[in-house]
Design a protein around this ligand. Structure first.
Ligand SMILES: C[S@@+](CC[C@H](N)C(=O)[O-])C[C@H]1O[C@@H](n2cnc3c(N)ncnc32)[C@H](O)[C@@H]1O
Ligand code: SF4
Ligand code: SF4
Length: 367
C-alpha cells in the first residue's frame, strides 16, 4: 500500500525538519505513550520557541561530550581536525561530569537531553548506562543521532532497554556511491542499513513503542538528487525521516563560508532570497555543553558566547546570567547582527544574507 507521509513537520531549532512517516504527528504520538508530563513539556517548548517563556531551567540539555569519531565527513567540523583543535577547548566529559549535569537537570525537572554533539556517540563504551542514568533521573525525551557504524546487535539490545526516546541514523545518501562520498571513512551503506533494520525488527519483536527510530539526510549539493529516492526507500520502514539544512561548520575572516565549505550548499539554499529577519530560539530552549563549557547554542564556533564551565558554574546560574539574558534580548529584538558570532552564523546558514550590508546601513542611519 502506498504510504502517505505526514505533511506537518516539526523542528527543534529551525535547522532540522522532521517528517513523520505515519499519519500521526510524532510528538502527539509520544504524548500518548509517555503521558501528561511530555504533553506539558511540549507546551512549554512551543512557548519557548515563540520567545514567550523563559523557564527556570533549560528545557533541553545538549551535550557535545567529546569530539571522537570514526568517520571524517567533509561537511562536518570533525572532518578537519585542525579546526576542531582551534574551536574546541576544555576537557571531554567524564561519566562523573555527566552525572553532575544530569543530577542538576533532574533537580529542576528538566525533560530533555541529547548526549551527542559533533562526535559518534556509540564510540562511548556503555553509552546505554549513560542514557539509563538520565532516564532513571526523570528525563523523558532522550535523543541521539549516530552514524550506524558502531551499532552492533549488542548495542541494539542495550539501547532498547536504556530508556532512549528518539534514535536517529544519519545517512545523507540513498546510494553506496554517494554515501562513500559524503561519509568519508565509512563502513559500506548496506551494513548500516542492516544495522538499522536489525534494531527495527528487535523493537517489534520485543513489542516496544520506544525509541522512535528515524533516519536523517543533510541536504547538500552532492546528495540533493537522491533525497526523493531516500524518502521512498525509508518511508515504510522508519517512524521519522529528518532532513537537515547544511550549515558550514566555521566562517572565514569575512564572516561567510570558506571556499572549501561553500561548495556543499544545496541548490535550494543558493537560490533562496535574502532573509529580512532572523530570531534564534536556541537560547530560549537549551544550553549546549561542549566538553566542559556551557554555551547558548549548537554552533561549533561560538567561543565568544561561552557562559562558563560546568567545573565553576551551575547550569542554572549560566542560564540566568547577564550574558544569556543579553543574547535572548538581542534575538527577541531581531538584532542578531549586533553580535559577531550570530551574524556569522546567519551568514553561513543563509548564503544570500549579507549582514555587513545591514550593519553598514545601521551605521549610516546613526551618523
Ligand atoms: C554531527 S553528527 C553527530 C552524530 C553522528 N556522528 C552522526 O553522524 O549522526 C549529527 C548530524 O549532524 C549532521 N551534520 C554534520 N555536519 C553538518 C553541517 N555542516 N551542516 C548540517 N548538518 C551537519 C550530520 O550529517 C548528522 O546528521
Ligand atoms: S559521522 Fe557524524 S560526527 Fe562523524 S564526521 Fe560524520 S557527521 Fe561528523
Ligand atoms: S550563534 Fe547565535 S544565531 Fe547562531 S545558533 Fe548560536 S545563538 Fe543562534
Amino acid at each position: 500500500m502506498k504510504k502517505k507521509l505526514q505533511k506537518k513537520v516539526y523542528t527543534t531549532d529551525g535547522k532540522v525538519k522532521i517528517i513523520s512517516t505515519s499519519e500521526e504527528d510524532i510528538n502527539l504520538k509520544l504524548g500518548k505513550i509517555i503521558g501528561p508530563k511530555f504533553i506539558e513539556y511540549r507546551k512549554q517548548w512551543d512557548l519557548a520557541n515563540k520567545m514567550e517563556l523563559i523557564t527556570e531551567f533549560p528545557l533541553f540539555l545538549h551535550l557535545d561530550m567529546n569530539q571522537t569519531c570514526n568517520y571524517k565527513c567533509p561537511h562536518c567540523i570533525i572532518g578537519t581536525p585542525s579546526e576542531v583543535k582551534e574551536f574546541y577547548d576544555g576537557d571531554f566529559l567524564t561519566f562523573k561530569d555527566y552525572k553532575k549535569i544530569v543530577d542538576e537537570g533532574s533537580d529542576y525537572g528538566c525533560p530533555s537531553i541529547e548526549p551527542q554533539g559533533n562526535n559518534e556517540p556509540f564510540l562511548t563504551r556503555n553509552l546505554h548506562e549513560w542514557i539509563y542514568y538520565a532516564h532513571k533521573k526523570g528525563f523523558i525525551d532522550i535523543m541521539l543521532n549516530n552514524n550506524g557504524s558502531a551499532f552492533t546487535k549488542k548495542r541494539a539490545e542495550e539501547i532498547l532497554d536504556s530508556g532512549l526516546t528518539r534514535l536517529r541514523f544519519s545517512l545523507d545518501a540513498a546510494t553506496p556511491e554517494t554515501y562513500a562520498k559524503v561519509r568519508v571513512g565509512s563502513i559500506p551503506l548496506e551494513k548500516v542499513i542492516r544495522n538499522i533494520e536489525y534494531v527495527l525488527e528487535l523493537r517489534e519483536k520485543k513489542n516496544y513503542k520506544l525509541p522512535v527510530i528515524g533516519v536523517s539526510f543533510c541536504v547538500m549539493k552532492h546528495n540533493e538528487h537522491e533525497l526523493g529516492q531516500f524518502i521512498n526507500f525509508w518511508k515504510n520502514k522508519v517512524d521519522i525521516i529528518a532532513t537537515q539544512r547544511y550549515l558550514p561548520p566555521i566562517p572565514n575572516e569575512k564572516g561567510v563560508a570558506p571556499e572549501k565549505y561553500k561548495k556543499y550548499y544545496s541548490t535550494e539554499q543558493l537560490n533562496e532570497p535574502a532573509i529580512n529577519e532572523f530570531k534564534c530560539v536556541q537560547p530560549y530552549q537549551r544550553v549546549m555543553i561542549k566538553n566542559d563549557k556551557i554555551g547558548p547554542c549548537c554552533v561549533s564556533f561560538n567561543k565568544d558566547l561561552i557562559l562558563g564551565s560546568i567545573h565553576s558554574s551551575t547550569i542554572h546560574d549560566a542560564w540566568h546570567s547577564e550574558k544569556m539574558k543579553e543574547i535572548r534580548k538581542l534575538h527577541k529584538d531581531g538584532k542578531y547582527y549586533l553580535n559577531k558570532t550570530c551574524s556569522d552564523c546567519v551568514n553561513l546558514y543563509y548564503p544570500n544574507n549579507d549582514t555587513n550590508k545591514k550593519i553598514n546601513a545601521l551605521n549610516q542611519s546613526q551618523t
